[in-house]
Design a protein around this ligand. Structure first.
Ligand code: FAD
Ligand code: NAP
Length: 502
């Protein structure tokens, strides 16, 4: 895949153009990790030629859509999305738009960060162009039956165990989750993600049933139009946390940010709501993606995840729990099974040679793929130098996998370890500050052919790290801002700068 660049005619100064070109280059690895089947093959450029210049969360929707002008409908739909590849929809931006275009995904309101602007645009595109890619008659394409475990045919993996990685006094709750893959056709490589079909919280289901004045035995349809009970549907098939525009409409309430489904039902009071229109108005439950934090070489038949538990209060003061993260933390017990599939990443992967130096920047849950990378290199006996940048709130309570990391350092396989504990001192210290402090050595490693990886928060951290990398290249390489941006763009083009951010 080539690195997208702005046309010379684009209304930017040379410095802006160089910066943006560098930024696009940094995003290339995201597109590579999007995966997914290709649709309307005949209309598509080849994998090598295709670029996604709109795949930039910092760009306004109008600008993104302009860049997708003249592209096939699924690419225009992709441009309408928030470009975060956050997984909130159960896909990444590219695969969500392709699923809609194939007619497999009917829900156009799943891009939470894109909000109403995105869903309105998607509706427009679907009305305009869905026939372009649907088979004659608009029939829903069926996936070929196979014994292969995938998104549609997930494997029921047994929970081996899970433990909290933060100390009890921490403000954070990050879980190490171990699943057994024995008996599955699943295989993965370091850098891949695991798709997880979680179940909703039964207590929340019970509360919703009471608010709906339903027993749970009422018959309703699943998103795949199979008959099931209302209780099962609320448990396994539908999103019962974040409300949709349709639910506000159904309940005759004005739309408001940051309310939970349960808040709307409580406000609705005693007026009856039929189960069938209720399930039609909420969105189908989607799988969540997690970067795999183990290596099959080190743990045959297992897959490990590093899950940040999501808990927050809604605008109405209701305590809300992230569906999948609290499924692991609170509900799934050892021996019980969860449906999973592997979401392989084409571009986020170890260097082809075990001798290549690696610089890995992974604060918080961003550590996940690097635990996998390091375990794999250790198990393979690779000799390449490894440098990890890790950060979190406090050293004494939030140093995830501290023992493993320290033992790899002691054994000499983790050559450099740079930590940034943001809340151990008055002034925040982040991974990018440690990078700047170590700029000379980072540049030397890059000049020796090192691969540079970033994983974790997309919104702030990844941009700050990208800027720090360019600053280092400019300062240490004696380059102008434009030359440094071009140097970093070249790294990305050569697959030596890869990001897995969400
Ligand atoms: C490729 C990829 C890799 C990923 N890897 C990891 C990983 O290794 N580890 C990891 O922990 N996560 C990872 N994620 C994120 C993960 O997929 C889930 O999005 C995350 O765990 C939350 O899912 P959930 O079901 O627990 O929460 P959900 O039920 O999806 O709830 C999250 C939603 O709650 C709302 N919300 C959250 N906080 C607040 C708040 N403070 N105020 C108001 N609303 C709020 C937002 O709408 C948010 O989208 C990855 C995502 C992708 C795309
Ligand atoms: N899209 C999703 O569905 C989803 C779900 C889960 C997580 N996430 C994202 O994934 C991230 C990882 O979560 P996490 O809880 O493991 O860790 P995190 O919130 O990213 O925190 C890890 C460390 O990074 C620091 N940090 C904050 N801003 C930073 C910046 N601009 N640059 C560098 N470091 C910065 C934090 O410091 P301080 O906190 O002290 O500032 C903390 O020390 C979250 O930030 C969240 O945005 C997204």
């Amino acid at each position: 895949m080539s690195v997208p660049t702005l046309p010379e005619t684009a209304p930017f100064s040379p410095a802006q153009r160089a910066w943006l070109n560098g930024f696009f280059a940094g995003l290339v690895s995201l597109q590579g990790s999007a995966g997914g089947d290709r649709i309307a093959e005949a209309n598509q450029p080849t994998q090598e030629e295709e670029t996604f210049p709109w795949h930039d969360p910092a760009m306004a929707i109008a600008e993104r859509l302009e860049l997708a002008e003249g592209k096939p409908i699924e690419r225009k739909m992709m441009a309408a999305m928030a470009q975060l590849d956050c997984g909130a929809c159960g896909y990444v931006c590219q695969t969500y738009s392709e699923a809609i275009a194939r007619g497999e995904e009917k829900n156009l309101t799943l891009c939470t960060p894109g909000g109403k602007e995105t869903s309105a645009k998607l509706k427009e595109f679907v009305q305009l162009g869905i026939k372009v890619v649907l088979p004659a008659g608009g029939a829903k394409p069926q996936s070929a039956p196979s014994g292969k475990h995938d998104r549609k045919n997930p494997f029921a993996a047994r929970l081996v165990g899970q433990n909290r990685l933060n100390k009890p006094e921490s403000d954070k709750d990050t879980r190490h989750v171990m699943l057994d893959l024995k008996g599955s056709t699943l295989s993965y490589k370091p850098g891949d993600a695991l798709g997880v079909w979680a179940e909703n919280c039964p207590d929340l289901v019970q509360e919703l049933l009471e608010l709906l004045h339903a027993s749970g035995a009422e018959e309703v349809l699943t998103p795949d139009e199979q008959l099931t009970s209302l209780r099962e549907a609320l448990l396994r098939d539908y999103t019962i946390t974040q409300p949709t525009e349709d639910l506000f409409k159904l309940l005759g309430q004005p739309e408001a940010e940051n309310l939970a489904v349960v808040d709307l039902l409580r406000r609705h009071g005693d007026q009856p709501i039929d189960p069938a229109p209720f399930v039609r108005a909420v969105s189908p439950l989607q799988p969540r993606l997690y970067s795999i934090s183990s290596s099959l070489r080190a743990h045959p038949n297992q897959v490990h995840l590093t899950v940040g538990v999501v808990r927050y209060k809604s605008g109405a003061g209701t305590l809300c729990n992230g569906t999948a993260s609290t499924y692991f933390a609170d509900r799934l017990r050892p021996g019980q099974k969860v449906r999973v599939f592997v979401h392989s990443s084409a571009k986020f992967a170890l260097p082809p040679s075990g001798d290549t130096p690696m610089i890995m920047v992974g604060p918080g849950t961003g550590i996940a793929p690097f635990r996998s990378f390091l375990s794999e290199r250790k198990a393979a006996g690779d000799k390449g130098k490894n440098w990890l940048f890790f950060g979190d709130q406090k050293k004494d309570r939030d140093f995830l996998y501290e023992e493993e990391i320290e033992s790899m350092r002691a054994a000499g396989m983790l050559h450099n370890l740079s930590t940034a504990f943001s809340r151990d001192q008055e002034k925040k210290v982040y991974v990018q500050h440690r990078m700047i402090e170590n700029g000379k050595e980072i540049f030397e490693w890059l000049e020796q052919g090192a691969h540079f990886y970033v994983c974790g928060d997309a919104k702030r951290m990844a941009t700050d790290v990208d800027n720090a990398l360019k600053q280092i290249v400019a300062e240490q390489g004696g380059m102008s801002a434009e030359e440094a941006a071009a140097y970093v763009a070249k790294l990305a083009k050569e697959n030596r700068y890869q990001r897995d951010v969400y």
